[in-house]
Design a protein around this ligand. Structure first.
Ligand code: SAM
Length: 586
């Protein structure tokens, strides 16, 4: 295989590494690959997984939930894979999220997320608390991203299919943590995916470098003061790694590199011709030594580059987007084209074409000729000709907790669902001259019959047409963005009936359902369920609380070794299979 390495790549690596190190690097291509999986600690503790695991596992030193497994184990061909208890991931790819140090409750963006390996890792770290926004600009790859998040049972993720420049207005200064797992020339993947070698050419490195520069600048604008960006690639070229970070630091003086330990360091001496320009400041050159290089000949993994960038508490800096900040009690007034940000209790007023944002959960957005006023906790959005006013705890023309969006001349009305908890955040979307109303009664009946707790109580229930989602709280208005999933997909409300989604089953815990069938993984019916077959199931096997749910008939949550895997419908000794065709065991 070493013979097939592109000659230009070979020469470049010899120049960078030197002959001796290059021989070791080259030898790694003929070594066996390392295989890894990451436990989904959002569903199971590491200890419980290790108790159950049929695989011989060895910890990945740099990833708290990561393990090596032996070639030939095939964890992708085990029923546990279908319960979302782990994600199969190349071990060096586990490093970036580990270094992002995500804490439960944070607002996190995964900017280049598909197919979602790192998004699922972030989700596990968030433990269902906070907001996870995942984005990829490639519409086909987003499908895999959605599926992986659903398999993992993630409840608090929003999936976007956007060009990052279109996200800037909505998410200006919003995120605590951002991961840029950048598109790159993929030199670190040559051993794993030989096709990548054929695609590699010197000019592709430059093309990716241009994209990466843009992504870094865009991410900086969406980061909150004091926030952290992790930038990573699976390539070795300094143009896509050290040079990107050095240039970013020179253009963003309020950012620093947080030095990474336990890995080889970034190489300031590679910031030279013919690979890179040489004009970087001493500060930037020194800082890139704190970035990390994971080499396939120096650890058990394919190869990655990771930089941890922390923004100072003063924020991105006044030069970016002309941001004006004022303290509590102050008043922010902004002219056209300026972004004004103010702290809690501040009133923001804006002129034509201006966007005013304040902290404490308030977003005021006004278009030309409109005046918008809002107190804490309120989101008001008004288009031309509309005047929207809201007091604390109220929304314009809506019930408590509801976000109202009104187009010119239209009226948006929502039904707060008789004040049940978790019902107080339904969004109604109205078009000019129309009213949209979705009755939530079938969903409510399903919950009463099937769910022990209300798993989406801490989320906001939103309806898009007939589809109900539980959306993380604290999200800004996503108006204008291509939203693939505004949250956890709960199911469809159709002709007075509620059809629970597969994503709902995957996001539940067994204890949260009132009617359950739990098959042992060694029971041959487990595999038959995953293949989509109808099963014979005795009434006595349907676990239910006789005080609450007497009947065995109807929907039940199917589990394997007590971990949800999908829905079934039981009737007279038979379980109708609701496992979706695209998910089936083949
Ligand atoms: C290295 S892959 C991401 C892998 C992913 N983080 C994971 O762990 O599964 C890079 C991704 O960036 C996406 N991408 C490329 N250009 C982009 C852009 N300008 N904005 C957002 N995503 C982009 C690609 O479609 C690709 O899915």
């Amino acid at each position: 295989m070493t013979k097939q390495l592109p000659p230009l790549f070979r020469d470049k690596m010899i120049d960078l590494l030197g002959e001796e190190e290059f021989e070791l690097f080259l030898a790694s291509y003929d070594q066996p690959r390392s295989f890894g999986l990451r436990v989904n600690t959002g569903k199971i503790t590491k200890a419980d997984f290790l108790d159950k695991s049929p695989f011989a596992l060895e910890p990945v030193p740099w990833a708290s939930e990561g393990f090596y497994y032996e070639e030939g184990e095939r964890p992708g061909k085990h029923p546990y894979y279908h319960t979302g208890l782990y994600y199969i991931q190349e071990p060096s790819a586990m490093a970036p999220v580990e270094l992002l140090q995500v804490q439960p409750g944070e607002k996190v963006l995964d900017l280049c997320a598909a197919p979602g390996g790192k998004s699922t890792q972030i989700a596990a770290k968030l433990q269902g608390e906070g907001v996870l926004v995942v984005n990829d600009n490639h519409s086909d790859r987003v499908k895999a991203l959605v599926k992986n998040l659903e398999l993992f049972g993630v409840r608090n993720a929003v999936v976007l299919n956007e060009r990052p420049e279109r996200m800037l207005n909505v998410f200006q200064g919003y995120f605590d943590k951002i991961l840029i797992d950048a598109p790159c020339s993929g030199e670190g993947m040559f051993r794993k995916e030989e096709d990548m070698m054929q695609q590699w050419e010197r000019h592709t490195v430059q093309e990716f470098a241009d994209m990466q520069r843009e992504l870094l600048g865009q991410a900086a604008q969406m980061l909150a003061p004091g926030g952290t960006i992790v930038y990573s690639t699976c390539t070795f070229s300094p143009e896509e790694n050290e040079a990107q970070i050095a240039e970013f630091l020179d253009n963003h003086p309020t950012f620093d590199v947080v030095p990474v330990e336990h890995f080889d360091h970034g190489q300031p001496n590679w910031l030279r011709e013919p690979w890179c320009e040489e004009h970087y400041s001493d500060r930037a050159r020194e800082a890139v030594a704190g970035t990390a290089r994971l080499w396939p000949h120096r650890l058990r993994g394919e190869g990655h580059y990771v930089a941890v960038l922390r923004c100072g508490d003063e924020g991105v800096g006044a030069d970016v987007g002309e941001i004006v900040r004022v303290d509590a009690g102050g008043k922010a007034k902004a002219d056209a084209g300026v972004i004004a940000m103010s702290d809690a209790g501040v009133r923001a007023m804006s002129d034509a074409g201006v966007r005013a944002m304040s902290d404490a959960g308030v977003i005021v957005k006004a278009d030309a000729g409109v005046r918008a006023m809002a107190d804490a906790g309120v989101i008001v959005k008004a288009d031309a000709g509309v005047r929207a006013m809201a007091d604390a705890g109220m929304r314009a023309k809506t019930n408590a907790g509801v976000i109202a969006k009104a187009d010119a001349g239209a009226k948006a009305r929502t039904d707060a669902g008789a004040g049940r908890s978790g019902r107080d955040a339904l969004r109604g979307k109205g078009r000019a001259g129309t009213e949209s109303r979705v009755s939530l009664e079938p969903l409510q009946a399903f919950e009463d019959e099937l769910l022990r707790s209300e798993p989406f109580a801490a989320l906001r229930l939103v309806c898009y047409g007939e589809h109900a989602y539980a959306s993380p709280v604290g999200l800004p208005e996503l108006h204008g963005l291509k939203v693939v999933r505004p949250g956890w997909y709960i199911g469809a409300l159709h002709r007075g009936r509620f059809e629970p989604s597969h994503a709902l089953a995957m996001g539940l815990r067994m204890r949260e359902a009132k009617r359950v069938l739990s098959l042992a993984s060694r029971d041959e019916r487990a595999l038959r369920y995953l293949k989509g077959e109808t099963l014979e199931v005795a009434e006595s096997e349907i676990i239910r609380d006789p005080e609450v749910t007497k009947a065995a008939k109807g929907y039940c949550l199917v589990c394997i070794d007590d971990h949800p895997v999908g829905w079934g419908k039981w009737l007279d000794g038979m379980l109708k299979n609701e496992y979706p065709p695209g998910w089936r065991w083949t």
